[in-house]
Design a protein around this ligand. Structure first.
Ligand SMILES: [Cu+2]
Length: 301
């Protein structure tokens, strides 16, 4: 059987490739439609990676679907044609090409993703990495710079099914407040099972594991209220294991901290009870749990 020769129309092929590239870049430009607002400096790293992956994925999708649609119309069966399709077999050049392109893409994406991961400080303790110099402090004396970049440390306890935030001077709250523009280091522990810290607007996710301290570093850049979700299925009420996250202007943050320090402990009668017991006595309803944990504040141990 004679194999029909497809005469490539070079200018049409080039136009199609250019169109696909332009369309993919346009989709990449609008990747923010698919993401929540970005509320910290780290978000840019993740968003850039996401945009890059979206451009590649769009180009592959449009290319494959375009060839499929074109073929379906251009090579459709003519009326009255009852013959079999031509026996096409092997094409070394094409096989090399479609092995090489995905290999290069996957390798490049691995390197790019891992570099983003390292920059986010997610690969473990990296004391030298990820400290942001505020521009005003950049020219200051070394001692001032050191002080300026020291991150604010907040300890977090995760438990079924609540988050508790431990601030200096024994202040415990059920809401996470962080100051705008200051590096923050969260040190997280779990009191029972594996939980997961995730604030979509920060683009950061980290497991909270019993017997280990895991960390998250970020610098919030957008004041507002967000939600912290638990991402690990940690029990029957996993779905309500949320907490409010506030990014406050520095003066508002100080005011909030002072108001928390002045708050009388509403759980003095329960003093001595393990905190988990106090939490577990509350019906596991989001609002009630939040209200209780929000008021939970113990004196210095
Ligand atoms: Cu959980």
């Amino acid at each position: 059987m004679r194999v029909p020769r497809i005469t490539p129309n070079l200018s049409a092929a080039i136009s199609a490739v250019v169109l696909i590239v332009l369309a993919s870049l346009w989709i990449g430009q609008h990747s923010d439609w698919l993401m929540p607002v970005a509320a910290d400096r780290e978000a840019k790293l993740v968003d850039d990676l996401f945009t890059f992956m979206l451009v590649i994925a769009s180009a592959i999708f449009l290319g494959v679907q375009g060839i499929l649609l074109y073929s379906a119309f251009a090579f459709r069966r003519k009326p009255g044609d009852m013959t079999d399709g031509p026996p096409l077999e092997g094409n070394i050049k094409l096989e090399i090409l479609w092995t090489l392109i995905p290999t290069v893409l996957v390798l490049y994406l691995s390197v790019y993703s891992y570099s983003t991961y390292l920059q986010l400080g997610a690969a473990g303790p990296m004391e030298s990495a990820h400290l942001h110099l505020p521009s005003s402090a950049a020219n200051a004396a070394p001692t001032q710079v050191d002080k300026a970049v020291l991150p604010l440390e907040i300890n977090i306890q995760a438990m079924q099914f609540a988050w508790i935030f431990d601030y200096p001077k024994g202040i415990q709250t059920g809401e996470l407040h962080v100051p705008l523009g200051k590096p923050v280091l969260l040190k997280m522990k779990s009191n029972d099972v594996i939980h997961g810290f995730w604030v979509p607007e920060f683009r950061l996710k980290q497991d909270v594991i019993p017997g280990r301290t895991t960390t998250v570093r970020f610098t919030a850049t957008r004041a507002g209220q967000y939600v912290l979700n638990c991402t690990q299925l940690c029990g029957t009420s996993h779905g309500v294991m949320r907490a409010d996250v506030f990014v406050d202007k520095p003066e508002d943050y100080q005011k909030w901290l002072a108001s928390q320090a002045a708050l009388p402990s509403q759980l003095r009668t329960a003093k001595g009870l393990p905190k988990t017991t106090i939490i577990s006595q509350v019906p596991l309803h989001t609002e009630q749990t939040r209200a209780l944990v929000g008021n939970l504040r113990t004196q210095e141990q």
